[in-house]
Write a protein that binds this ligand. Structure first.
Ligand code: ADE
Ligand code: ZN
Ligand code: ZN
Length: 260
């Protein structure tokens, strides 16, 4: 009897500790965004960032924001990865989350990094967080609705497996596409100078509203419990790839401005 209780307890502990953390863009997605950004950095920004990251790349540190979720000391940053407000309202008109949101987070990172008084420790921390959050900002479900926690409570099927809409956009599509982060970064769409300039323009708020429009489109085209698979990939994988590309280009815009 005692033995079977111990076995049940041990199994429970094993399962709970081996379940994946709830994350954001798949690790591959964040790395692709970092790798794309790397190509657009000015020499000066590249040098400064290499120095702060001890020679590591943007891709290498891009998942730091998720990794620290395992440490209670960092739980206060949990709400910094997203923003939720109703479809019929605006960010500006909605009550701000006391725990912060992705817009406040990115602004905080930029302001710490622009401040010459910031300690080296803070510079390294907020640089790694900025690299992560600009990726998250381009995941449409990170500009979501609070009632279903950005699609985390929106159950769907992915190739006959139960999952949720948020997870489909964070991970399932990118994983099914089956490209490494370097392959994603080298196979981005060719952009005309005009297209590039358009992506590089605008504000953090404008980029957030672009994700919001995509989020609305996703909700208009996805039903609770729907079976998603090949057709969903066909409809939306180009959007995922473009969001990773835009995230990278815009991360470089912010970093080049910080380290100019
Ligand atoms: N938790 C609550 N809302 C969320 C969102 N939009 N994205 C990620 N996690 C969330
Ligand atoms: Zn996510
Ligand atoms: Zn995140």
């Amino acid at each position: 009897m005692k033995n079977s209780i111990l076995i049940v307890l041990a199994t429970f502990l094993l399962v709970s500790f081996t379940l994946p953390n709830k994350a954001d863009w798949a690790k591959t997605g964040h790395r692709a965004t970092g790798e794309i950004a790397q190509k657009y950095l000015t020499k000066k920004a590249d040098r400064k960032i290499k120095e702060l990251l001890n020679g590591h790349s943007l891709a290498f540190v891009s998942n730091y924001g998720d990794e620290i979720k395992s440490d209670k000391a960092f739980w206060k940053y949990s709400a910094w990865h997203y923003v939720n407000f109703p479809f019929d309202s605006t960010y500006e008109a909605s009550p701000k989350s006391e725990n912060g949101d992705i817009i406040q987070a990115i602004n905080k990172c930029v302001s710490v990094l622009k401040n010459p008084e910031s300690s080296r420790e803070d510079q390294v921390f907020y640089l790694k967080m900025l690299i992560h959050f600009v990726g998250d900002l381009h995941q449409p479900l990170h500009v979501g609705l609070s009632e279903d926690k950005g699609g985390n409570m929106f159950q769907v099927q992915w190739f006959k497996k139960g999952t949720n809409l948020h997870h489909v956009w964070d991970e399932d599509m990118i994983e099914f596409y089956n490209m490494s982060y370097t392959e994603l970064a080298t196979n981005t769409d060719e952009l005309s100078p005009e297209e590039l300039r358009k992506i590089q323009s605008g504000t953090i708020i404008d980029w957030m509203y672009e994700s919001r429009e995509l989020c609305k489109d996703i909700y208009a085209h996805t039903k609770v419990g729907e079976k998603l698979g090949y057709r969903y990939m066909y409809d939306y994988m180009d959007t995922v790839r473009m969001q990773l590309q835009k995230g990278g280009i815009r991360l470089a815009v912010l970093l080049n401005e910080i380290y100019k």
